[in-house]
Every structure is written in structure tokens, then in C-alpha cells.
Write a protein that binds this ligand. Sequence first.
Ligand SMILES: NC(=O)c1ccc[n+]([C@@H]2O[C@H](COP(=O)([O-])OP(=O)(O)OC[C@H]3O[C@@H](n4cnc5c(N)ncnc54)[C@H](OP(=O)(O)O)[C@@H]3O)[C@@H](O)[C@H]2O)c1
Length: 192
Amino acid sequence: MNAAIPDLTRKVAVVTGATGGMGQVIAADLVHAGAHVITIARNPARADALRAHIGPQAANRLEVIPGDLSRRAGVIAAAKTIQNRHNQVHILINNAGAHFSEHRVSADGVEMHIALDYLAAYGLITLLDEPLRRGQARVVNVASDTLNDTRQTSSQANPVQQPSSWPASTTSQNSIPLPGSRHSRPTHAPSS
Ligand SMILES: NC(=O)c1ccc[n+]([C@@H]2O[C@H](COP(=O)([O-])OP(=O)(O)OC[C@H]3O[C@@H](n4cnc5c(N)ncnc54)[C@H](OP(=O)(O)O)[C@@H]3O)[C@@H](O)[C@H]2O)c1
């Protein structure tokens, strides 16, 4: 139990990237503080290791949704599952990220740092808008300077260019509205 964390019984937290590094520590601390923690994991063995790390007494408060956050479909499917299961989300920690030494492009044709470190977080914030508002959520985005690397590879792929599979502005439930569309409202009030 981390004494700095208040009692989070009946609170719902979404923590991405909880199968490793910092996210594993955050998820375990939140579970041990009483929260129900949801994570999205692409590797079942790493999810099992997270469960073991949390321990049998608290592991029933860990919910693992299979998914790859570098893929648009993975973000949308995970958000739908969360929405269907939980009326409120009180904490969202967009922690999943990676630093690739070589240029990579996601399955959707997006530069990989943009896809995983930025668009996944943006997608979850946007698609979980209603449960986040109902939970008066605190949203934490873990950032890094990996976006500098995407600029260095801009001759191979322009990360700002919009792949044809991403709609510019839409109200469809199967898409993530992009910044500037009428659905992008950065208005989650931080709890005091
Ligand atoms: N470590 C640093 O020095 C540093 C510095 C600045 C910022 N950061 C940022 O801090 C955050 C955490 O860093 P860390 O070092 O703790 O990371 P880490 O140990 O490498 O763990 C990254 C987590 O993200 C998950 N992840 C990666 N790709 C994913 C995908 N496609 N779909 C779903 N989950 C995926 C990993 O899942 P798997 O278990 O499947 O791999 C893992 O749980 C990242 O956003 C990173 O950019 C880190």
C-alpha cells in the first residue's frame, strides 16, 4: 500500500502500459489503494505477470482487455468495451508508449510514435468522454520527447499527413474525432 494514495475503493482507473515499467507500478499501487484497474494489453503472458505482481488478494480488481494500442481498431474496441462495462471512469493514465530506434509505421500507416504515444491517448480521452465526465476524471498523459524522432524521419513518412483510413471529422461511433472536429473538447476538469 502506497500511503500517498487515498482510499480508491469503488473508483475505476484505466492505466495503459501496465504490463511493464512505470505502468506496472502505477497499476499495482492503484489496485492496492482499492481501485478497480483496467488495462489494455497486447501480450497475455505479460498480463498474467502483472496479475501475479499484484498478488492473489487484489488481482480480482485488475481487468485486462486484450488489445494493441498502436492500432486505431484496438483503441476503439478497448474504449467500447470499457464504456459497455463501466458507467464512470475516475482516472485515466495514458502511460503506454515506446521509443523505437528505427522508423516504424503502424498497421494504419501512421508513424509509430505518433500512433502509440499520441493517438492512442487522444483516442481514449475522446472515446471515453462520457464515462470520464460522469466520473469527473483526472486524466494523466505520460509524455516523452520521442516525437522529436518522428520529425527526423519525416522524409520517409509525414506524421502530420492524414492517412486515408482516418476520417477528418466524423460523428461515427467507429472512428476517433481528430483535433479540431466538433467532438474534441479538452474539458475534463481535474479533481482538486
Ligand atoms: N523510461 C524512460 O526513460 C522514459 C522517459 C520519458 C518518458 N517515458 C514514457 O513513460 C511511459 C512508460 O515508460 P516505461 O519506460 O515504463 O515503458 P516500458 O517499460 O517500455 O513499458 C511500456 C508499456 O507500454 C505497453 N505497450 C507498448 N506498446 C503497446 C501497444 N502497441 N499496445 C498496448 N500496450 C503497449 C507495453 O506493453 P508490453 O508489455 O506488451 O510491451 C508496456 O506495458 C511511456 O509512455 C514512455 O514513453 C519513459
